[in-house]
Structure formats: structure tokens, C-alpha cells
Design a protein around this ligand. Structure first.
Ligand SMILES: *Cc1c(COP(=O)(O)O)cnc(C)c1O
Length: 417
């Protein structure tokens, strides 16, 4: 028997749950792509996108997933033979580094492992050593704001400070694909030069659009690169003379309708409130997991709550229990959990002892409490021991948060700064 018939809940770290408003906005015939309403809509969307990124810089839109934005960002700032520094905190750092190597760009890797954040002091030392070596300096430091495999949240402001202390000219390039619209991110205030994001996570739109935001300093670096592939070049996309240049060809019409709606929804709620909602929902998950872990094998991958992302949580259960729990939840509760990623060991080559909860985007307490209740039912059905009181702990986080005032009035969307 299965009880899963009902509205399914995809609790993976992207694609995220899409609001009906976004889906309905997309359900329409294709528009005129040469002139008129679509063009006006896109022109009007650019300031709102920059508002979500908290930047007064420029944005280039790509009809691509996050991997496309990874390549686009690199293709604009470096050619074969250049070097970048990658302080990696999980699989996604290694993924972006792989794209750099594919372009012939040398990668200096500092690997912080599977559960630790970037240590800015080590980045500072590497940059000082780079300057002391006297050759052409490293072009960019590349970092994940949130690494979706480990669920580590990196302190980007501290990373910038380390670069400044070293007096190194490198660009700071940040992957916010998991974090944008979930964890607080301040592109200009934190001194980020290039930021990449994608549509299917905090922006609640189907996969297929990605974004590269870039600063004046990054534009100056781009200007010195003698050859950039026409398709990846951010210049015509960020400063188009003709509408088709925004997208390097036909506009991704329906994704754009979805994105317009999601930007409206973020503005109506207020970006500060969006971050606070994600933080509270994440804290409720952690509260349950900590109590469950006191009487069983469940562990939170990141021990320090200050280093955990509000968008995704990686958890361990040992054995093949991550896989068993995912299968149970999908089959019996209509909840699909994320797979363990990058946690493989010789005993567990497919990371089956791990799972992840995506909690990004269009979520509220009844969804998260339903998810947590389903997890507990799964533990029980599968004979996985757990400490009692986890659900109560999660409920307390949510009821306590409801006593607080909204941190910012809605409409103060943080858009159009
Ligand atoms: C999802 C994700 C990616 C990859 O995005 P795709 O759309 O799958 O290419 C890259 N980095 C981070 C941090 C992500 O969360």
C-alpha cells in the first residue's frame, strides 16, 4: 500500500517547489519576441534581478543551467594559461574548478573537506605567496557561498577581507546558485566582483536560466581579455543594443514570465523577510534533527549552526539508511528527499548513508512540519532509532518565531537599490 497520493513535495536542493503563481504565469501562448510587452517586461526585470543580488553592477542572462553560468563567468575573465584559486568546501567547488580546467585555466585548490568552511587565513597566505612568487598573479578567487553537497555556508565578507589584507588584485567570484533568495547575500557590500546564480532554486522558476552578475572591476578585467566566445560574452547581454542580445538569440519566453512572477513574489514578501523565513524553517529542521540524533544515528553534517545554510541541510544516517529513508519517504509519504552527494567512502561508495533536505524557495511551516513528520514516520517504519521530541522542538522554533515582528515591512523588497 502507498499513502503517497496527494500533492507531491520535491524537497531536494533544486529544482525547488514552484509556486502556482509562477506556473500559471508560464501557461500562455508564446508572445511576439520582436517588440512590445515582452521587451518591456525584460527591461523592467533587470533592476529587480539586481536588487535580489544586492548589486548596482550589471547582469547577463544565459539560457543555461548553473553549469553554464560557471563557464560563462570564467570565459569572460580568463583565457587558457591563466590561474584561479579555489577554496573548495564540497563537491560544487570541485565542479566549478573542473570547468576552469576544461577551459585551460590552472586551478590552485585549497580543499577544506566535507564539513568545514573556508578558512580566510589560508586564502590570505596563498595569495601572499602568489604575489611573492612574482609571476602573473592569480586572476580570481572562486568560492561557493553555500556548497549544496555539504550545506556549508561560507563567510564571503571575511573572504573579501582576507584578499584585501593580502593586497591581492584577484577578482572575487562567488557561486550563489543555492543561496540566492535563501541566505543573506550582499554582493556590493561584501565586495563581490562576479556572482553566478540559476533560476531553479531560491528563484522558484524551472531549471534553464542562469545569471552572471558582475562589477565594474570585473568589466575592466573582461575588457583586457582579447578573445571571449561570442555566446558566453557578457557584454552584449549586460548592455544590449537590440533585444535578442539579452539572450544571445531567441528569448526564453516562458521562463521569463515565470521569473517576472517570482520576482514580484519576492518583492511582495520583502527580501529580508524571505531570508528570515528560510532561516526559521531551517532552524526548525535542525532542532528536530538534533533531538532525533540524541537517540539514534542521525547527524547534521555541519556541527556549528552559524556555518549552516538556510537553503539546504546535509544529514548522515549511516549504513544505507539515507537511501532507505529516501525510498520510504517517496513511496509512502509523497516527499522526495535529496541524495547524499560527495560523501562517498570506500565502505559507502555511493553516499547511501547520507541524504539532503532542500528547503529553498516557496515553503512554509506546514510543508516543513509535514516533511519532518514524514521523516519520523520513516525512521519508525524502517526501525532506525531516534531521540523522542524532535517534532516538538521543530514546532517550538516555528511558534516562537511567529511571536516576532516581521523584520522588515513587505514592499521594502530590497529591490532596485
Ligand atoms: C545546483 C548548484 C549548481 C549546479 O547548477 P545546475 O543548474 O545543476 O548546473 C552549482 N552550484 C551550486 C552551489 C548549486 O547549488
Amino acid at each position: 500500500m502507498t499513502l503517497a497520493h496527494g500533492r507531491p513535495y520535491l524537497a531536494i536542493p533544486g529544482p525547488s517547489v514552484m509556486p502556482d503563481r509562477v506556473l500559471q504565469a508560464m501557461h500562455r501562448p508564446a508572445p511576439n519576441i520582436y517588440e512590445g510587452a515582452l521587451e518591456e517586461m525584460v527591461d523592467g526585470m533587470i533592476p529587480d534581478l539586481k536588487g535580489v543580488a544586492r548589486t548596482g553592477g550589471r547582469v547577463a542572462i544565459y539560457v543555461a543551467n548553473g553549469h553554464g553560468a560557471w563557464e560563462a563567468a570564467l570565459a569572460n575573465i580568463a583565457l587558457e594559461g591563466a590561474r584561479v584559486l579555489m577554496p573548495a568546501t564540497g563537491r560544487f567547488g570541485h565542479g566549478w574548478a573542473g570547468v576552469a580546467r576544461g577551459l585551460g585555466i590552472g586551478v590552485e585548490m585549497i580543499d577544506f573537506g566535507r564539513a568545514a568552511p573556508i578558512d580566510p587565513a589560508r586564502v590570505e597566505a596563498a595569495l601572499r605567496a602568489d604575489l611573492a612568487a612574482g609571476g602573473a598573479p592569480i586572476t580570481a578567487v572562486m568560492a561557493s557561498h553555500v556548497d549544496t553537497s555539504t550545506s556549508i555556508l561560507n563567510d564571503i565578507k571575511a573572504l573579501r577581507a582576507a584578499m584585501d589584507r593580502a593586497g591581492h588584485p584577484a577578482l572575487l567570484m562567488v557561486d550563489c546558485i543555492a543561496s540566492l533568495g535563501c541566505d543573506r547575500f550582499e554582493m556590493d557590500e561584501w565586495g563581490v566582483d562576479v556572482m553566478v546564480a540559476a533560476s531553479q532554486k531560491g528563484l522558484m522558476v524551472p531549471p534553464g536560466l542562469s545569471f552572471v552578475f558582475y562589477s565594474e572591476k570585473a568589466e575592466a578585467v573582461r575588457a583586457k581579455v582579447p578573445r571571449v566566445s561570442l555566446y558566453w560574452d557578457w557584454t552584449p547581454r549586460g548592455q544590449p543594443d537590440a533585444f535578442y542580445q539579452y539572450f544571445g538569440g531567441t528569448a526564453p519566453t516562458h521562463h521569463l514570465y515565470g521569473l517576472r512572477e517570482s520576482l514580484d513574489m519576492l518583492a511582495e514578501e520583502g527580501l529580508e523577510n524571505v531570508w528570515a523565513r528560510h532561516r526559521t524553517l531551517a532552524r526548525s529542521i535542525w532542532a528536530a534533527a538534533e533531538v532525533w540524533g540524541q537517540g539514534g544515528p542521525l547527524t547534521l553534517n555541519v556541527a556549528d549552526p552559524a556555518l549552516r545554510s538556510s537553503a539546504v541541510t546535509a544529514l548522515g544516517l549511516g549504513g544505507r539508511n539515507g537511501l532507505r529513508l529516501r525510498k520510504w519517504c517517496e513511496r509512502h509519504a509523497g516527499v522526495t528527499l535529496g541524495i547524499g552527494l560527495g560523501m562517498d567512502t570506500p565502505e559507502d561508495p555511493k553516499s547511501e548513508g547520507f541524504f539532503r533536505i532542500g528547503h529553498m524557495g516557496h515553503l512554509n511551516p506546514h510543508m516543513i512540519l509535514g516533511l519532518l513528520g514524514s521523516l519520523q514516520a520513516g525512521f519508525t517504519a524502517l526501525d532506525i532509532p531516534f531521540g523522542s521530541g524532535g517534532l516538538d522542538a521543530a514546532i517550538s522554533v516555528i511558534s516562537n518565531a511567529s511571536q516576532e515582528e516581521n523584520v522588515a515591512p513587505a514592499q521594502d523588497a530590497g529591490c532596485c537599490i
